[in-house]
Design a protein around this ligand. Structure first.
Ligand SMILES: Cc1ncc(COP(=O)(O)O)c(C=O)c1O
Length: 746
């Protein structure tokens, strides 16, 4: 029994199929989504009521019936979408015109404002149309609409971007611009605005129609998918207030939510009880535990952040860039000369802020950028090079990130994997030990990227084993006879509360962008995948992948409080000024971006509604269904596992009958979960994967990826259950059936 088939499940009729739909889903999509949409509609229409000279008729918002989508489609097809002038408003404008001599420009502005709000209202209807029925479909074992209405690029250009069509997405179309229209006729102006509403709304509809429906149950293409309705609702609320989470001043609630969510996550990941009180101005980027963290725009930038803070830590510790609010510029010294009485507690904060305020009042050039070169330690060339390690299965973002942080790409060492895709830890150790001989240079390991759920295989590195290797190597590096000492500043403290002087340390970052949600499961086979994560230095995971938060939602946490701010603070005075209300809670200076999305609300909503246990159970249900998929692949002659499956990823081949016969004849063990396939047959198999993927895509039946895999020469298929995907065994059967149906007729 799945969590979606639990006792709170109600039968729900979708296109003649009785489909189990859970009460939470009905509750959420029906009530929450409805409430939020009503709010947004209200928001749009409030101003519209004030401004509108016409209203949109005939856009049905009644979604209670299952034929909503069909009605809506017919409605559009028959071109019955009408914008009709609201007589009363029109008259009002007319009266105003004669009575008060309103000039044409003002009338135009009013019409355009009204039109803009009508467009918003139409978009809200389209939003509901797009999300609601497709979310229902994700409960259907036989999806009754397409994953994509596929158009080739040529067809797309012809149908959507042609210049000779009345409606086109191309920008140089003749949408009459009323701003430049000098015609004084009120009706013409109104009609032009009216036409714009129609045109833009139709453009929106086309954009939706020909986009990929990632809410569809058979969208397997990437590591994201159907959106969780509660997280979507949270995103809508965030959009409704459209702010930036850099200062408390602009985002008071989101600042506190982000601190709370990341504090919770930090305690969960690093296994800490409670955590100390943070009064905001302790130098942390801001949460109420002993850890630090930020929401970041994606897993790739999280990996970059991990490398960046690890490099900063290796060179400067946590105190090289004090918080702008803690000290004035004159107090900032080149690292190593830090004030001895800076013990990191907040006793002196009031004085600091007082001093700072006085200084800022006198500072004529406070909007100017401070010269960072005054404050930073500049490494000399005689110092050894920093070296990072990741496995051959690690995400490609590490390759880009290493160059971005200014480390030569050859100093990212790729450690081979075992046959199951895990980092070969013995190899890691031997590479660390022999690095100097191998590369003939002074190099110092400073970072190991651990993969918790690799993109293709879904493999999890053994965190505990990697920690042991790193600790052993640190001991060597910190012994007196280690020849490649990288100690930029012996007096620098490791953390604001620690008295220990700086030593070599290898930063361990767990990239759980894909599989990190395993921390929420209580089940041994799932939580055990990230055993040892509590010993890591940093951890990231993407709720927008496994858990169905809207793109992008990424959390990054580190056990080193204050480090994000130390590494990123630039103290831009026009924005981060401790005299502003609540400035001690500002998050933005700990980030290397300026504007910041309010992403924390999505993770907060997931945790608040489902709870960690509920999220864990979703994962467990997915793992069980994927187990069933593995079983079916093993049973069926047409399918073959490409490698031993991990809980979240199944890699396999479709083998048409004629090819299967050839493979058996040439001695391929078709029962193996790690089959050895010769070069020639691999080519044929890869060709099948490519052609089958394309035909499924073009027919809009399914979007499934193929990709190379380390133990095979042929590209294979991958199925993952990303997103809010209440998949059933019936859905698995349907997927395999479809693949057989199309695959056998290739
Ligand atoms: C293991 C892993 N790390 C990092 C990333 C990058 O995440 P994002 O796409 O959010 O940048 C991915 C993306 O698939 C991934 O699978």
């Amino acid at each position: 029994m799945t969590i979606w088939e639990s006792s709170c499940t109600e039968p729900f009729l979708i296109s003649g199929l009785e489909v189990p739909v859970p009460v939470p889903f009905v509750f959420v999509s029906g009530i929450l989504c409805g409430v939020v949409l009503t709010l947004l509609v209200g928001l749009a229409s409030r101003e519209r009521r004030e401004l509108s000279s016409y209203s949109i008729n005939k856009i049905s918002t009644n979604t209670s019936s299952n034929d909503f989508a069909q009605n809506e489609e017919n409605h559009w097809k028959q071109n019955k979408f009408k914008l009709e002038l609201n007589e009363t408003s029109q008259q009002k404008i007319g009266n105003n015109n004669s009575g008060e001599n309103t000039n044409t420009a003002t009338k135009n502005d009013k019409n355009m404002n009204a039109a803009a709000h009508d467009i918003l209202q139409a978009a809200i209807t389209l939003f509901e149309k797009q999300t609601r029925p497709s979310m229902k479909d994700s409960y259907s074992s036989a999806a009754n609409n397409k994953v994509v209405e596929y158009l080739s690029p040529e067809e797309m250009l012809q149908q959507l971007f042609a210049t000779d069509k009345n409606i086109s997405l191309r920008l140089n179309m003749n949408m009459t611009n009323t701003n430049t229209n000098t015609n004084t006729n009120t009706n013409t102006n109104t009609n032009t605005a009216h036409q714009k509403v129609e045109q833009i709304t139709e453009c929106f509809r086309l954009i939706q129609k020909y986009s990929v429906n990632t809410n569809h149950p058979f969208f397997f293409n990437q590591l994201f998918g159907a959106v969780d309705p509660v997280a979507l609702a949270a995103e809508m609320i965030a959009l409704s207030v459209n702010t930036s989470a850099y200062t408390y001043e602009t985002a008071p609630v989101f600042t506190m939510i982000e601190r709370d969510v990341l504090g919770y996550l930090g305690r969960l990941v690093f296994n800490l009880d409670g955590g100390g009180e943070d009064h905001g101005n302790s130098g942390s980027s801001g949460n109420d535990s002993d850890t630090d963290g930020l929401m970041l725009p994606g897993g790739s930038l999280s990996n970059l952040t991990a490398l960046h803070v690890a490099r900063h830590y290796a060179k400067y510790g946590v105190e090289a860039r004090p918080s702008h609010c803690h000290r004035s510029q004159s107090q900032i010294r080149v690292d190593g000369d830090d004030d001895d009485d800076d013990d990191g507690d907040d006793d002196d904060d009031d004085d600091d802020i007082h001093e700072e305020k006085k200084e800022q009042e006198n500072d004529q050039s406070r909007n100017a950028l401070r010269p960072l070169s005054n404050t930073l330690h500049v490494p000399t060339h005689s110092q050894p090079e920093l070296v990072a390690f990741v496995s051959a299965e690690a995400h490609y973002s590490f390759i880009k990130a290493i160059s971005v942080i200014g480390i030569e790409s050859h100093n990212l060492i790729v450690v081979p994997t075992l046959h199951n895709g895990q980092m070969d830890v013995e190899e890691l150790e031997s590479l660390m030990i022999n690095m100097h001989d191998l590369y003939g240079e002074a190099k110092v390991p400073f970072f190991v990227g651990v993969t918790a759920g690799s993109t293709v295989r879904g493999s999890f590195d053994d965190i505990n084993a990697i920690v042991r290797v790193c600790r052993r190597h640190e001991e060597k590096m910190n012994s007196s006879n280690y020849p490649y000492g990288y100690v930029p500043n012996r007096n620098l403290r490791l953390s604001s509360t620690s008295n220990s002087i700086k030593k070599h340390k290898i930063w361990i970052h767990v990239d759980g962008a894909w599989g990190g949600s395993a921390i929420f499961s209580a089940r041994h086979d799932i939580r055990g995948l990230v055993k040892g994560v509590e010993k890591a230095d940093s951890f990231t995971f993407n709720p927008h992948k496994m858990l169905g938060a809207p793109q992008q939602t990424t959390a990054f946490v580190t056990r080193h409080k204050g480090l994000l701010k130390a590494a990123n603070s630039s103290g831009a005075k026009y924005l981060f000024d401790c005299r502003k209300n609540g400035a001690e809670y500002d998050l933005g200076d700990a980030s290397y971006t300026c504007g910041r999305r309010t992403d924390s609300i999505k993770l907060w909503a997931l945790l608040k509604f489902h709870g960690p246990d509920g999220l864990g159970r979703q994962l467990e249900q997915k793992v069980d269904v994927l187990d069933y998929l593995v079983k079916k692949i093993k049973e069926k002659n047409n399918f073959l596992l490409a490698c031993d499956p991990w809980p979240f990823n199944v890699n396999f081949f479709f083998v048409p009958e004629h090819l299967g016969t050839k493979m058996i004849q040439s001695g391929v063990d078709m029962d193996s979960s790690n089959p050895q396939i010769g070069e020639h047959l691999s080519k044929e198999l890869a060709d099948v994967s490519v052609r089958l993927k394309l035909v499924l895509h073009q027919n809009g039946e399914m979007m499934i990826p193929y990709q190379p895999i380390s133990n095979q020469e042929a590209d294979c298929f991958r199925i993952v259950l990303a997103g809010y995907k209440p998949f059933t065994e019936g859905d698995v059967d349907r997927v395999l059936e479809l693949m057989e149906q199309y695959g056998n007729s290739l």
